[in-house]
Design a protein around this ligand. Structure first.
Ligand SMILES: C[S@@+](CC[C@H](N)C(=O)[O-])C[C@H]1O[C@@H](n2cnc3c(N)ncnc32)[C@H](O)[C@@H]1O
Length: 471
């Protein structure tokens, strides 16, 4: 089995957290390991207040001013533990006599944090156990520290993740993949279904279990200049992409000025699919009908030919406000707060329409580590129903001869192929194959539609389809 060994190699690290202690901002707490305490506080925020880790962690790191090394360790601990939650719980279930749901949620988060260090990071067991026991004493009390100590010692005795996955002896291969790649079983099934290439499923899920690289988009700056300025590398697929090996994108001059922005290279290709689609007749009115927070609208505005007017709509006022920010300084754009299923624009009034539909986000799980465990299969059907209504509305908004790009950051078949197939048979709709528009991007075809994958393309798993209104 290649998966667990690869991931362990990827994640194994030294343990800088144990020797570097600093006072904490909460005065009632004794001096504790800052990285681990911060990671714990993120886990607690996620489980007790439904916080988003990608918002809470940066806030805590700012407030606490951890050394860069400790901040990196806190990030690895918090994100890694959150991604691995289901696997860690499967393992802990075998060691705790009560159902995990009956444990004090704080104790459960501490057990997950300690277990992750032992099985995934291979932090020496004594360091992982001692620091977690100290955290437990300070946060929950001495009573709970005995349980944490005893359980973590058993975790350590069981070995690393590969040994634990073997010991848990999953009944089916998909269950093994779920455990070894940190995905709920239903998401494993959804990815397998979407990938078609069965031999790639493990690689795809493993790639989805790593922190994504930061990508920039050069909107109003030459891409080579952005490469030089940021120290990054030109992205392999989008002519506007720069991939950063590390560092803070907020410090790049062109990002600060708005000439560049952070945007996954896959999202860039999805916007470019609309731009590259062949069109006959006028090409002067573009619509981004679900535009918030404005990433793709920003790229469309930057690359549109002179004379194209861009309308960007979102149902939510606060999302529309973000779009206004992304389009600041652009001429000939207007941003509207509109429910795009019942829009205020006349039918047939646009030449190109981007529908980047609300979806489960199963293709962008790398960015939001806890989301894979929050999403449930029942989320799919109501979203599919909304996607269907939005696609009908997009096809009504475009003139005969005009083009709609249907995009999701989910590869789930019910949100992608099934939605587009349902209108592809209409006698006023023609499917335009995506792959010929991207000859430089191997492996993008999903039939006539387009699908990017983290393991193939180093991007989010974006889906795109192009539809022309024939009359
Ligand atoms: C996937 S996001 C779009 C991301 C965006 N295109 C970007 O690149 O930054 C989907 C957006 O659709 C909006 N939305 C959901 N339902 C909508 C509706 N009925 N009409 C208009 N916008 C809607 C959400 O508020 C959300 O901002």
């Amino acid at each position: 089995m290649t998966g667990p060994d690869r991931r362990a190699g990827h994640k194994r690290r030294n343990d800088p957290g144990t020797g570097n202690q600093r006072p904490q901002s909460r005065r009632h707490r004794p001096v504790l390991d800052g990285a681990r305490l911060t990671a714990y506080d993120v886990l607690d925020g996620v489980s007790s207040r439904d916080a988003y880790a990608n918002l809470l962690l940066p806030q805590l790191l700012r407030e606490r001013q951890l050394e860069p090394r400790d901040a990196a360790f806190a990030t690895q601990l918090a994100y890694g533990t959150l991604r691995a939650t289901g696997t860690l719980d499967a393992l802990l279930t075998t060691l705790v006599s009560r159902p995990l749901a009956e444990l004090d949620p704080k104790v459960l988060d501490l057990l997950r944090l300690g277990t992750y260090q032992i099985v995934d990071l291979r932090v020496p067991a004594h360091a992982a156990v001692d620091t977690t026991v100290a955290l437990t004493r300070a946060i929950v009390g001495t009573g709970a520290s005995g349980l944490v100590n005893a359980v973590l010692r058993k975790v350590a005795a069981g070995g690393d993740r590969a040994a634990w996955v073997a010991a848990l002896a999953p009944a089916e291969d998909a269950d093994r993949l779920a455990l070894s790649t940190d995905h709920p079983r239903w998401i494993v099934d959804a990815w397998r279904d979407a990938l078609a290439e069965d031999g790639e499923v493990e690689a795809a899920l493993l790639a989805d279990d790593l922190a994504p690289e930061v990508h920039l988009v050069a909107r109003h700056v030459d891409r080579d200049e952005l490469v030089a300025e940021s120290g990054g590398e030109a992205g392999p697929w989008s002519p506007y992409a720069v991939r950063l090996g590390g560092g803070d994108p907020g410090k790049v001059r062109s990002v600060r000025s708005g000439a560049a922005a952070v945007q996954d290279e896959g999202s860039q290709l999805a916007a470019l699919a609309l731009v590259r689609a062949p069109l006959e007749g006028p090409d002067a009115a573009w619509l981004d009908m679900c535009a918030g927070p404005g990433g793709k609208a920003g790229l469309l505005a930057a690359v549109r030919p002179a004379g194209v007017h861009l309308t960007a709509a979102d149902r939510a006022e606060h999302r529309a406000e973000l779009v206004r920010g992304a389009l600041a300084g652009e001429d000939d754009v207007d941003v509207r707060v509109t429910d795009a299923t019942a829009p205020d624009w006349p039918a047939g009034s646009f030449d190109r329409v981007l529908l980047d539909a609300p979806c489960t986000g199963l293709g962008a799980l790398r960015r939001r580590p806890e989301v894979r465990w929050r999403r449930v299969p029942a989320d799919v059907a109501p979203l599919a129903e909304l996607q269907t209504r939005l696609l009908d509305s997009a096809l009504a908004a475009v003139r005969p001869g005009g083009v709609v790009a249907y995009v999701t950051c989910s590869p789930h078949t019910a949100e992608t192929v099934a939605i587009v197939d349902a209108v592809a048979g209409r006698d006023d709709v023609e499917v335009l194959p995506v792959a010929p528009l991207f000859p430089e991007v191997p492996g993008i075809a999903r039939g006539d539609y387009g699908q990017l994958w983290p393991h193939r393309h180093g991007t989010d798993a974006m889906f795109m389809a192009l539809l022309r209104r024939t009359r």
